[in-house]
Design a protein around this ligand. Structure first.
Ligand code: ADP
Length: 220
């Protein structure tokens, strides 16, 4: 069936995080097998995911019976129950699931999950908390930080950039950031060009080292 497709994903723990991942995967066209210990929660996902099962995800044999070993990719959304989260990742590793994404609630929890074989550890609360801090203290409207202190942000154009072309404003020289895209009032986002003149109220997508992006977003 559909769950045998190579782009199928098994999502274990259909709480707020796992449930949102499962729904989004379905929207993106990936078949999803959802597993949760909570029978009622499983019922509520019955017509939203490709297949849902109530099972204890710390039981390696139960997961094997459900065909989990045939999936290349798994997401573990169990967070609060640390023991269940760790045992579930260990089971997936034992079943040779290649690509394991697991949610952690603390740095130590995340370190254990990595040791147990999770290739990707996600910290939804702390990542979102960090983003919100950026959003409320500067002109940033959206902010994504990558590894090595590199970030991309959506910012309202600071006065220093308004009324001048991007070439003329020389933001790379002055701020060490690169404008990637611009959006003038009432228009769509478009690629930034040297001759683009920044209008008052324009939005900019800027990329660069995080500290430089922060400095640019708090300049006026
Ligand atoms: P969130 O904060 O994203 O809602 P939770 O950790 O509160 O995350 O919820 C995780 C989900 O994982 C719950 O729906 C819970 O029923 C499920 N869960 C917890 N332990 C197990 C387990 N051993 N097997 C399967 N599902 C589990």
């Amino acid at each position: 069936g559909e769950l045998e497709r190579s782009d199928a994903v098994v999502v274990i723990g259909l709480g707020r995080f796992g449930g949102a991942v499962a729904d989004s995967l379905m929207r993106l066209g990936h078949p999803v097998l959802g597993i949760d210990a909570d029978e009622r929660l499983v019922q509520s996902y019955a017509d939203r995911l490709t297949h849902v099962v109530a099972a204890d995800a710390t039981d390696t044999e139960a997961l094997r019976q459900l065909g989990v070993a045939d999936f290349g990719r798994a997401v573990v959304g169990i967070g609060t129950d640390l023991e269940a989260s760790v045992l579930c990742v260990l089971s997936l590793t034992e079943l040779n699931v290649r690509d394991i994404w697991a949610k952690a609630t603390s740095g130590r929890h995340g370190a254990i999950l990595s040791r147990m074989g999770a290739q990707h550890v996600i910290y939804p609360e702390s990542s979102m908390g960090g983003r919100v801090a950026h959003l409320i203290t500067s002109k940033m409207i959206d902010f994504i930080e990558f590894e090595d202190g590199f970030a991309i942000a959506k910012v309202r154009a600071p006065a220093a950039a308004v009324g001048r072309s991007l070439a003329d404003a020389a933001l790379r020289t002055h701020y060490g950031i690169t404008v990637v895209g611009t959006k003038m009032r009432g228009e769509d986002f478009t690629y930034a060009r040297p001759e683009t003149v920044v209008a008052p109220g324009a939005l900019l997508i800027v990329a660069g080292p995080t500290d430089k992006v922060e400095r640019f977003a708090s300049s006026s």
